[in-house]
Design a protein around this ligand. Structure first.
Ligand code: GLN
Length: 189
């Protein structure tokens, strides 16, 4: 059966993830309200890049926060990119606010500074080889628990990791033409 992946579509760069998934022959469901989380049987969900503070606020206002947290805690495969990674982190070292807090990572927001915030590199990603990585005002992972697996390190900073059903990247795989991170995510399902 064709897999059904939800993309949180309340703010941020969700359209680009949708085209990547369509290219991989996956059914894409835009998740915009609580009922979408409750009534649709998803095989996985993507939390896109954008502004984590805005997304966190909207998740709470739209009453989607706890249903989403529960789905992830119950094992729904999730891919968090950039702001999506921030939403999943249990600790944000330069901010008082945490959001879904399901993943045992400590992260730093806007870690590359506002001016130097956007850049692209080709870099090694465990299991995938060298892939293009686009960073936009990106966070990085400062530390990760023993439960987690580090998947990519750029300039001594952890920029991709996995813990059970949760896969996160500091960069935006959806802004390149390389489908390998999305394929890796689909393999987790
Ligand atoms: N700087 C954003 C934040 O802190 C993340 C940027 C992005 O998702 N491209 O939420």
């Amino acid at each position: 059966m064709r897999r059904k992946i939800g993309i949180l579509a309340i703010q941020g760069a969700f359209a680009e993830h949708a085209s990547m998934l369509s290219a991989l022959n996956v059914e894409v469901i835009e998740i915009r309200q609580k009922s979408h989380l409750e009534n649709i049987e998803l095989d996985g969900i993507i939390l896109p890049g954008g502004e984590s503070t805005v997304m966190g606020k909207l998740l709470r206002e739209l009453d989607m926060f706890y249903p989403l947290k529960k789905l992830i805690e119950d094992g729904l495969p999730v891919l968090g990119t950039c702001a999506g990674l921030i939403l999943l982190a249990k600790e944000v070292i330069n901010d008082n606010e945490c959001h879904l807090a399901t993943m045992d990572i400590s992260i730093k927001r806007n870690a590359y500074g506002r001016q130097l915030g956007s850049f692209q590199v080709n870099h090694e990603f465990k299991y995938l080889g060298e892939i293009p990585m686009t960073f936009i005002r990106a966070p990085y992972i400062n530390s990760i628990s023993n439960e987690g697996e580090i998947l990519a390190i750029v300039d001594n900073n952890i920029v991709a990791a996995r813990q059970n059903n949760m896969l996160v990247t500091s960069f935006h795989p959806e802004l390149t033409t390389d489908l390998s991170v999305h394929k890796y995510f689909l393999d987790m399902i």
